[in-house]
Design a protein around this ligand. Structure first.
Ligand code: G3H
Length: 532
């Protein structure tokens, strides 16, 4: 990548194609609490895009202001909590007591309302977090499809649970009941998908919710607030904004939160849990960090493996918990593999999110480029080379992808989750080396194996399945399809997220049961319909 290209990569306002223009700044002053959009007159948090703007040819590009959102305080957080608790009413509120089919109707209304906000949300995904239009559209569509699939799964479950169960002289009506009040927090890399794919199952199961958008990717929720207000009874969904210590600590310290659904760092998850006065009682559904490895065996189809590894490492600039974050390549094939990989990496278009097929876009997290530069400097200091031409060059928020080789245990990139467009490569001669890496890792999400030898791969897959929760064969690591269980071991997750599993994670089995006799049977038959 040449330097002049990078220095001229940020657009002038007139060069942004009309359909992708960010529009007027959004100075959000409202938040949703107890069924109303309240006006906030207090301090706000400014929002700048990772897409810099070039206003004059002779001056450098500057951060582009997108708007601002409320920086709520402890008092507002407590109001949201009171509203959510009141709506739950210790399980006797209108929402938890509502028949499931009625709750589904509300969520279907929400889906229709969300569809109307598609273009605004997609555009803000591009401007707030630098996601390419293609990936932003995929995130939006995937979120709606996930909600649709969750509704279908729930309807199936209602049918399955409808009858009475008879066992050892007992008759029972079994169902899943809500847990209570949930706090839902999504991450900045999938701010819509990973907020709504916990929040909606949580709601469908009869819980009430406080949600806080991630630090980056906040304004895109703005358009959805009136839709949420109109679809649910007061207090069932409440939104929080602002500093985590200020607004989340009081909510958790109250001890009134029953479920924490959080996707982000382990450190943040531990802090959130530590605020709860009875952390053992707090149900947690957590998606955390990972350092997924690819193992490329000597008989792999090198072109296919390199293409899949490049995609696995660089989709959304490597800012995915499931990204491939280190490649172990057999010594025999490391040279040709690296040639294929560098070709793949150089073919990934770099630029602004609206460019067709663009893969490498501005990074939204303040300080991320400096952190990645620190990782590269550490690696270089230990004899590691950037082997793709123009790799690792940066201009403000944009960094070109870098392939680093040979990376070993003395290098930070061997261990740290880079969450950016760096691809560290290590070579091995004994397959025990990558297997030990996965075994000794503090993370345990997924692994990819590339090769052809059925026996060798199945042996490795069998042993790796006890270290991670998904082994991908000749395919990159990923969460989808969304009906597949998405979970991990060690520091990488707690609980399982998927279309069906999330419904289980945010509810609990409960049953009405009696000795099997005609009187009890009549009572149970009368109760059963109310339970669904
Ligand atoms: O950041 C982690 C995401 O949940 C991963 O989902 O594999 O579909 O990108 P993905």
């Amino acid at each position: 990548m040449n330097k002049i290209f990078l220095e001229n990569i940020f657009p002038a306002p007139g060069a942004i194609p009309r359909p992708h223009h960010p529009g007027d700044a959004i100075d959000q002053r409202h938040y949703l609490c107890d069924g109303e959009l309240h006006f906030w007159a207090g301090p706000v948090e400014e929002v700048f895009s990772p897409i810099y703007m070039t206003y004059h040819d002779d001056s450098p590009p500057v951060p582009f202001r997108l708007g601002s959102y409320p920086k709520l305080d402890k008092r507002e957080a407590e109001k949201a909590l009171d509203a959510a608790c009141r709506a739950y009413g210790r399980g006797r509120g209108a929402w938890p007591a509502m028949p499931v089919e009625k709750r589904i109707e509300r969520v279907e209304r929400l889906l229709a309302g969300m569809s109307d906000c598609r273009e605004q949300v997609v555009r803000l995904l591009m401007w707030e977090i630098g996601k390419s239009r293609t990936e932003a559209e995929m995130e939006f569509t995937r979120t709606l499809e996930y909600i649709d699939a969750t509704i279908a799964e729930l309807r199936n479950r209602i049918c399955r649970e409808a009858g009475l169960v008879r066992e050892q002289g007992f008759v029972a009506s079994c169902r899943r009941a809500p847990l209570g009040v949930a706090l839902c927090l999504g991450p900045y890399n999938n701010p819509l998908y990973e907020t709504f794919t916990t929040m909606i199952p949580v709601l469908l199961m009869g819980n009430t919710v406080i949600f806080k958008p991630p630090r980056l990717g906040v304004l895109l929720h703005h358009a959805l607030l009136p839709v949420l207000r109109d679809c649910f009874p007061p207090g069932v969904v409440n939104s929080l904004y602002g500093d985590g210590e200020e607004v989340l600590a009081p909510v958790l310290k109250s001890g009134r939160i029953d479920l924490l659904a959080f996707i982000g760092s382990r450190q943040a998850a531990e802090l959130l849990r530590s605020w709860h006065p009875a952390p053992g009682r707090l149900r947690c559904l957590l998606g955390l960090e990972a350092k997924n490895a690819a193992i490329v065996l000597p008989d792999a189809d090198l072109e296919q493996a390199a293409a899949e590894c490049a995609l696995g490492a660089l989709a959304f600039n490597g800012q995915r918990c499931t990204a491939l974050k280190i490649l172990f390549v057999h010594q025999q094939i490391v040279t040709p593999f690296l040639e294929h990989l560098c070709r793949q990496v150089s073919s990934q278009p770099v630029g602004m999110p609206w460019l067709p097929d663009v893969r490498i876009t501005p990074l939204p997290e303040p300080g991320r480029v400096a952190y990645l530069q620190g990782l590269m400097a550490d690696a270089r200091g230990r004899g590691v080379r950037i082997i793709n031409q123009g790799g690792g060059e940066a201009c403000h928020t944009l960094m070109t992808p870098a392939v680093l080789y040979p990376v070993g245990p003395d290098v930070r990139l061997y261990h740290e989750e880079q969450f950016g467009p760096l691809i560290p490569v290590a070579s091995f001669s004994d397959p025990e080396q990558p297997l030990r890496y996965v075994e000794e890792s503090e993370f345990g999400q997924q692994v990819s194996i590339f090769g052809r030898d059925e026996e060798k791969i199945s042996g490795m897959a069998r042993s790796l399945l006890n270290q991670v929760c998904r082994v991908n064969i000749n395919s990159k690591c990923q969460r989808g399809p969304d009906s597949f269980p998405f979970t991990a071991r060690r520091n990488s997750a707690e609980g399982t997220m998927a279309v069906g599993e999330t419904l289980d994670a945010c509810s609990i089995s409960s049953l009405v049961v009696g000795r099997e006799n005609p009187a009890n049977q009549r009572i149970l038959a009368a109760i059963a319909p109310d339970l669904s």
